[in-house]
Design a protein around this ligand. Structure first.
Ligand SMILES: [Zn+2]
Length: 456
């Protein structure tokens, strides 16, 4: 089996992503070839100021590369020659449609093309994703089921159009992990830093009492401030109140940790990433009293229309994921939610849209160009590289969230994607953070070495 190679080149707009999926057409790339069983894909990004080389060995599925400000990108795709049906091409004139030598062609960036000629190429920011969760390392309830496939999860996210992922930090250690992830994926991953209400009791216990809480929260504040200057941290949180889960943290602990973090938020001066469950009165009282100018996002919203309206009236955005679309009452809230206050998220590995949810009926009407680029799922014990895992939500499912919202609100899919994009960019300032990340990298040779290692 002789490996075949093809090289594709294109000029790119300011920000660009490549996507090659072995089982499907290179549609994002403007090519009409289906190639199965690739052995290796590599891409080079040429830029006026620097030159980067990406190379990924892959199982059999997909690769996605994105980079800001490239001037051109070339993609090399080699694959094994398999008999008859393993390769297909729209070119019918040859049995061997892809020549053994390198093929090179130039195509323009689809996203830069006239919209009327193409289907809308969505772009998303998953503002609530728990990529540090052990499930993305293949560990479920403390038991290892399969190897880590985090890299594949991230590639799939990029393949559907996720340009930015904001990884949730839920306590000091977890926030540190999120920040490290942001360092490893500059320009793509950003982190939140904070203490989740369910982690409040544990923090107080480890501090040795509530009187030591201010000093226990000091490292959280420092991590947030440092990440802010380095561009890795774009929000303070997750913080808030969860009165549905007192088995993790009692009410008193939650209240004091929330209150003290709101004080810290005044000094950190980042927008908030907020969590509120069955605690509206206390939550609003403490939040509004803090009078934070940068406001924030109340993520994974499951409250009533009235609760939503109060938050929106105070200038807070509402984060919608699969959990926010479970019941008809949830859908009624989404219908009323002004697009100006909408942001979208998956909250993976949690909060997927399930068949029993009120939203499921809308998923069935999703167009093929959105569903085709997402691979099927298998049970965790039958894990296969390149497949999703049943019951484990991940960022590539964000298209479903946006689609359901568009159907519920009776507006276009594009409008939902673009409006939530705009709202997230405005609140979390990812573009400014990406510049800070780059500047920090340049003045810090160690982080450059880390990046080179990861690409190698
Ligand atoms: Zn939450």
């Amino acid at each position: 089996m002789m490996p075949l190679t093809a090289v594709y080149r294109r000029t790119a707009a300011r920000s660009s992503s490549l996507f090659a999926n072995s089982q499907r057409r290179f549609s994002n790339f403007g090519l009409n070839q289906t190639v199965r069983n690739p052995t290796k894909i590599s891409a080079k990004v040429h830029n006026n100021s620097f030159y980067t080389n990406f190379q990924h060995r892959i199982g059999f599925n997909s690769i996605s590369i994105s980079h800001t400000r490239p001037s051109s990108i070339s993609l090399r795709h080699s694959y094994r020659r398999f008999p008859s049906t393993s390769m297909a091409s729209t070119s019918s004139s040859s049995n061997n449609p892809i020549s053994d030598t390198m093929a090179s062609l130039s195509v323009s960036d689809p996203s830069a093309e006239d919209e009327g000629k193409r289907v809308y190429q969505p772009r998303y920011i998953d503002v609530g994703i728990n990529l540090t969760d052990k499930m993305f390392q293949g560990v479920y309830n403390g038991r290892k089921s399969h190897d880590s496939d985090l890299e594949n999860v991230i590639q799939r996210a990029q393949a559907v159009g996720c340009k930015m992922l904001m990884v949730t930090g839920s306590d000091y250690q977890n926030s540190q992990d999120a920040v490290n992830m942001a360092k490893a994926y500059p320009g793509l991953i950003f982190a939140t830093v904070g203490v989740h209400p369910c982690s409040a009791s544990a923090l107080i216990n480890s501090a040795g009492g509530v009187e030591n809480l201010p000093s226990a929260l000091k490292p959280v504040e420092e991590l947030a401030l440092q990440g802010k200057t380095q561009g890795t941290v774009t929000a303070f949180g997750e913080l808030g109140l969860d009165y549905d889960r007192f088995h993790y943290s009692d009410k008193e602990s939650q209240l004091v940790v929330f209150e003290q973090q709101l004080e810290i938020a005044k000094r950190v001066d980042l927008p908030l990433f907020l969590h509120s469950r069955a605690a509206e009165e206390d939550f609003n009282r403490l939040l509004f009293a803090a009078k934070l100018p940068r406001k924030g996002l109340v993520h994974s919203f499951t409250g009533t229309v009235e609760e939503m309206k109060i938050l929106v009236g105070e200038g807070y955005d509402i984060g919608i994921n699969g959990c926010s679309l479970k019941t008809e009452e949830n859908l009624a809230v989404v219908k009323e939610l002004p697009l100006e206050r909408l942001q979208i998220e998956t909250d993976g590995p949690w909060c997927e849209i399930r068949g029993t949810h009120a939203s499921a009926k809308y998923l069935r009407t999703m167009p093929a160009y959105l569903t085709d680029i997402v691979p099927g799922d298998v049970k965790k014990d039958r894990f296969k590289v390149g497949m999703r895992v049943k019951g484990r939500n991940e960022p590539c499912a964000i298209a479903g969230v946006a689609w359901v919202i568009s159907q519920v609100k009776g507006c276009s899919f594009k409008e939902v994607c673009e409006k939530s994009w705009e709202n997230s960019m405005k609140m979390f300032r990812f573009d400014e953070a990406a510049i800070l990340q780059e500047e920090f990298k340049e003045s810090n040779p160690d982080s450059k070495a880390v990046e080179a290692e990861e690409q190698g």
